[in-house]
Every structure is written in C-alpha cells, then in structure tokens.
Design a protein around this ligand. Structure first.
Ligand SMILES: [Fe+2]
Length: 403
C-alpha cells in the first residue's frame, strides 16, 4: 500500500496535545529514579536486575516511592485527552555525554544498562517506569526482549527492512501495538534518549477519521483475524485465528462514533479472505488514517504517550548510523486500570503469548482512568516474572523483536 507518511515531517504540530513538566518536577523524577537505582544496586545483582527490570526489590521500590513524586508529575502522565489520541510530555533532563553509545541491539542494551558507563540508561529505565506507574500497570511480554518491562528501541544491523522497532530504512507501518492480543496495552509510552536525525514517529487517531455509517458497520463486524507479526515465528499456527472487529464502539452499531476503539495492523491481517465490501471499507479506513497522520519528532528527554485503543503509530524510514549515536527510545506498555474492552476478547487465545505483569493495580487508590463503559475483559494469563529466555538465532539477537 502506498503511503504518504514518509513525506510528512511536522515538528511538534499544534494539533497534538503537549504537556510541560516544570524543570523542578522533571528533576524530581530523575532524582527519585537515581535514588532507587542506588538502593537497588546495593540490594541486588545489577546485571541481573537490569536484564528484565522485574526484580521484586525494584517493583517494591517503585510502588513504595512513586507517591513521592510531585502531584503535577502524576497529573501530567494521564492518558491523552485530545482527538489526536496522543500527547507529548516534556522534558526530562537527559545527559547525552553520560548516556554512552547507542547499542545496536536490544540484548546488549539490557545487558549493559547499569554497568560501567551505562548507569544513565538504567536510571532512565527507572524514570520511565515511575512515570508509567503514575498512570497504570507497566508490563512486558515474555516473548519480547526477554520480558523486559522497558524495551530499548534502536536500529539493528540486519533488521533494516523488518516491520519492527529494530528496523530503519523501511516505513514502520501504522499499527495498534500488539493488535493480535487481547492483553495489548491501553497506553504506550515512548521516551526519547537520542534522535540526532530528527526521525519522526507517526500517530493517526481514529477519533479524527471520517467514515460513513456503512463503513463503520462493516469494520465493526468480525471478519478477519489479526495474526502475530513475523517476529513471533510460526507459534501462532497451532492456534485458532478468530475473526475480529477492526473498529467498534460501546453501542455496538455503526453510527455511534463517541467512543470508538481501533484494533488495526494491516500488515498482519489476511484481507484476501474478506469480501470486497469489507476490503473497501478497510481501504477507506487506511486512507483516512493517512490523511489525519501527525508526525512527531521527539527530542531527547521528551516522551510520547499514545492511546493504543484509539491511535495507531509508526515511524518514517531513516538511515541508521551504526556508530553509537543512533536514535534510541525507551518503550513501556501500560495497562490502564478499569479501561474497558469488548467482553468477547476474554475468550481469545492470544496465540500463546503472555504478558509479564509484576505490578498490581495503580497505587494511588484514585478514580481510574476509564474511557468508555465497555464490558470488562479479564486480562487472561499473566506471568509474575520473566522466566523464559528468548529463542536465539545465530546472530544472538533472538528471533522475537517487534514493536
Ligand atoms: Fe509499535
């Protein structure tokens, strides 16, 4: 499908929500993260802790101390509220000089964090975990970056053309994060550490698309499945692939556009099995998502919050440097307490993929960030600890790298 996304490069467009953290508040986040990091390295084996960030001591420290953050920090990390389905949050102080070289694969990034010359990476991991914990439950995937709660997104040699966060020279097509799975994140947090070539992250919100009632009704009808991306290998072949709706709302009809939810990953949706009418509606949805696309160029220290229930995201192509100065993002999946999803999702098998979810419900005991009165779907099987090392390939990077 031809895309106009590569041509779009808008610096911090006005039609996306932006929230500023006061410098003192931003410094408070970094200071608390550094303090937890210091405590942790005295209590635990730093290399093992940084590998997955699921050490119980770290989880406990985050939960015990996140309430110490200034109230305006916790308020700033609320779900996006505008029609863009995303918000830019600025700006955490990031020291490029102490960050060390950008690793060229996620495994090295995890292994090095917290080690000599890479303490800044671990401290930023903890900072984004604290921010994510302000809004909900950060979680990882057992089959993704070894279950690490904070993923490193960086270009990797040999993966330039993949539909994955390790790619570079290809357009990363707009998609719902982990669209194939009922436990997919409600919110996605992307924190920029380094972006020297001003590479754009794209966001398209279904709240801004213009579709008629006929198309909405077609897209709301379970018609085709969404399969796990290729980085999951053939594991999905042993599972039933039920048809899913693409776009729906709480009223369950094609006319209510008040609270739409989008579940969209065209690269892994077998449209050939759908009728022409559905394919036409799906194509018009894709064209609308391109029309309303916003490209955000994150600067170091800025974060992008994406509502994964209403917005799809992607990345424009770029040429990787592979010299230690490459673009480097941290990514966190977040479950928002009591955000409702279709009840039918509780019956999905998730193609055998499981989350790593060591955090409990939000620690503040406040009203949850709900969005729409959908039937609550249980989150299914969850592991409390990252127990499975990834399958490995000859290049040692593992075979399940996706974003
Ligand atoms: Fe993604």
């Amino acid at each position: 499908m031809k895309s106009v996304l590569p041509e779009r490069k808008t610096l911090h467009p006005l039609d996306i929500e932006r929230r500023e953290l006061a410098p003192a508040a931003a410094r408070a986040v970094r200071a608390l993260a550094a303090e937890i990091s210091d405590t942790l390295t005295r209590l635990s084996e730093p290399a093992e802790c940084s590998r997955t960030l699921t050490d119980p001591a770290l989880i406990d420290l985050v939960d015990q101390r996140v309430g110490e953050l200034p109230g305006d920090v916790r308020a700033a990390v609320r779900p996006p509220e505008g029609s863009a389905g995303a918000a830019i949050l600025g700006t955490l102080p990031v020291s490029d000089a102490t960050l060390g070289a950008t690793p060229d694969n996620w495994r090295d990034a995890a292994r090095q964090a917290g080690g000599p010359g890479h303490r800044e990476s671990l401290n930023l991991d903890i900072a984004v975990l604290l921010l994510a914990r302000c809004v909900g439950e950060p979680f990882g995937w057992a089959g993704q970056q070894a279950g690490r709660l904070v993923n490193n997104i960086l270009p990797t040699p040999g993966h330039e053309l993949e539909q994955s966060g390790a790619s570079s020279t290809t357009l990363l097509s707009p998609h719902t994060e982990d669209a194939f799975h009922p436990d997919r994140a409600n919110l996605l947090m992307l924190a920029c550490l380094r972006n020297p070539d001003a590479v754009g992250t794209t966001v398209s919100s279904v709240l801004r698309v213009d579709l008629d009632a006929t198309d909405r009704a077609l897209l709301g009808t379970p018609t085709v499945p969404i399969l796990p991306d290729v980085s999951y290998g053939d594991a999905h072949l042993g599972y039933a692939a039920p048809p899913l709706p693409t776009l729906w709302n709480d009223a369950g009809n094609g006319t209510d556009t008040t609270h739409p939810t989008l579940r969209y990953d065209p690269a892994y949706t077998p449209l050939d099995n759908a009728c022409p009418a559905f394919r036409g509606a799906y194509a018009r949805l894709g064209a609308e998502l391109e029309r309303v696309c916003v490209t955000v160029v994150l600067a170091p220290g800025e974060l992008l919050l994406v509502d994964n229930d209403v917005a799809v995201h992607g990345r424009v192509p770029f040429t990787a440097r592979y010299d230690g100065t490459d673009r480097w993002l941290k990514r966190v999946n977040i479950r928002v307490p009591d955000r409702k999803r279709r009840r039918a999702e509780a019956d999905e098998n998730g193609y055998g993929q499981h989350t790593v979810a060591p955090f409990g419900r939000a620690p503040f005991g406040r009203a949850p960030f709900g969005r729409a009165p959908f039937g609550r779907a249980p989150f299914g099987a969850r592991t409390g600890r990252a127990v499975a090392e990834r399958e490995t390939t000859p290049d040692g990077r593992g075979r399940r790298e996706h974003s």
